[in-house]
Design a protein. Sequence first.
Lengths: 341, 341
Amino acid sequence: MQRPSVTMKDVAKAAKVSVMTVSRAFNADKSVNAESRKKILAIAESLGYVFDATAANLRTQKSGFVAVTIPSINNANFAATVDAISERLAQAGLQVLLGYSGYAIDREEELIVQLLRRRPEAIVLTGGHHSPRARRLLENAGIPVIEIWELPADPLGHVVGFSNAQTMHGMVDHLVALGHKNICFVGGEETGDQRGMDRRRGFIEAMTAHGLSPEHLFAAGPAPVSMREGALAMAKLLDSFPQADAVVCVSDLIAFGALSECQRRGIGVPEDIAIGGFGAYEIAAVAHPTITTIDPQPREIGYRTAALIIDLLDPARDVAPRQRVEIDWRLLAAGSTSRRV
Amino acid sequence: MQRPSVTMKDVAKAAKVSVMTVSRAFNADKSVNAESRKKILAIAESLGYVFDATAANLRTQKSGFVAVTIPSINNANFAATVDAISERLAQAGLQVLLGYSGYAIDREEELIVQLLRRRPEAIVLTGGHHSPRARRLLENAGIPVIEIWELPADPLGHVVGFSNAQTMHGMVDHLVALGHKNICFVGGEETGDQRGMDRRRGFIEAMTAHGLSPEHLFAAGPAPVSMREGALAMAKLLDSFPQADAVVCVSDLIAFGALSECQRRGIGVPEDIAIGGFGAYEIAAVAHPTITTIDPQPREIGYRTAALIIDLLDPARDVAPRQRVEIDWRLLAAGSTSRRV
DNA sequence: TTGAAAGCGCTAACAC
DNA sequence: GTGTTAGCGCTTTCAA
């Protein structure tokens, strides 16, 4: 039960070759005889040898890791982005080292330190808001830094994202075109969720641009907010502002909670009140009515991020610094916002 | 932009001490003068030094990693387990190295190889079904192996889980007590989702035990299955077996899809047909009606797993081999299954 | 309380 | 096509 610790040396001895040849066999170096290689790998397998990446990394100064931070693992959209990153990077032999910042800037700083100690070859950060020390560490790390899911005003390095504020212009335009005027917003207060706050800001901008009052803002509590909070916030909203004819929610989960609350009260959606969400979560497509939402293409964010990293790590390619990849978002109009008569 | 590569040597030189003293300072060794330590850490920070865990790991033969495999990141329950594991292990200075097996046994084998190369100090596997080579690798790895989310008949090492089949006895007993007889099951066919298949098996056992026909089984497609597939499967079910008075679904997502399909058709839940799910997903508590489900306590699985690992890695504690921690599950009766008249 | 030497398991660089 | 030597950045061990 103790570490058997079969090393390359043991394999070399058993195969009657030098350690170097074993190393070459494992790294698929062409200079090693194909037959020797096959034999060596077979002997290694029979000895139960497992290549030690730690030692190789130290020598080559390449960890094979890409560090990724997300606010929470329990969010289908971030999960989709991470999944896409992992999938694409695995093809390039890179492994994702994942960490959760818990929507807290100081948790993120500590996390970044822990991740940098592993000497990742690149680091991906969800969001563009970091502590001063975190910024310093990242700037000095000497590795590509990619911020995703936002378009930070002052990016650390590369960016793969979209304007969360802009998406809300799309949503408000859609509702105004349908004849809505008393439009409210739920979520995105000061909570550490920068993207939610950006969407709230975008809502205010868009309402103002249409000459409508952007003052009907309802809190849903600190991130992460979900369905339950959506129902509670909607109850508050209906009680305090019954004239509301549309509600924009910071996420589809909130929107679904809001929809549930309406159904509980016998309020018709979209006849009495329209509801819009964000995120194109599965629930938006399955709920009754289906929920109008914004698709931010989370997998596309992941793929583009991974592709950028692969390019950046390829010494043959000379990628310009501070790439800015803007991801298209789409409004998906659905049953929860239908034409007014 | 190239690796600045400040090493301990550089810090030592700047602080006018030996590398060894710097090492002691970073490891909070009491033998180092408190004032020296403070000074050294300040100098290190000013130089932008970041401790190199790779090098330390090689020397100490401890990686600080615990490897964890889950079928998919995009599953709130596995995410909750991983989150709880990470949280608890972080307190012990251990980092989670996460990988996705994609519900495929050969993907899992490849993943296990990749993870073992990083020399984790323990490995956690979701599920108890592995390829022969994977089993061999894990047995020879010389580290604690913990299988979770199931109670495998032939475990590799330790187990933290529950009987998926048993939970369906609970669900069927509940429905039978309410007077249901024509009970169907949706999901869990041969798809690589061992836990889903176990639940399907448990359903068949329980129905047989009650003297009821366990033959109304409906496929929902290969894992991962979700809301959409639930709606489609329910449509098939309603068309081919209109006498059905209750449906047990392999997960709450399927159950919600099934509920949606009923609502679309004007079929009353629970008046015309009762629906049960699994997983205690948030949707079960927010849907209308709320959905009766099984809570498998995913965070508890994570905490108990992490606690076990911490004990196992503590040389002072002598934990018996092949621990078997059984997690309690609970039936949460809700609106989708109400008493028959 | 601090330092010097040796080495963890692998690979770059250079021989042969 | 294969082997030898040296060393990646730390820490163990022993000495002072």
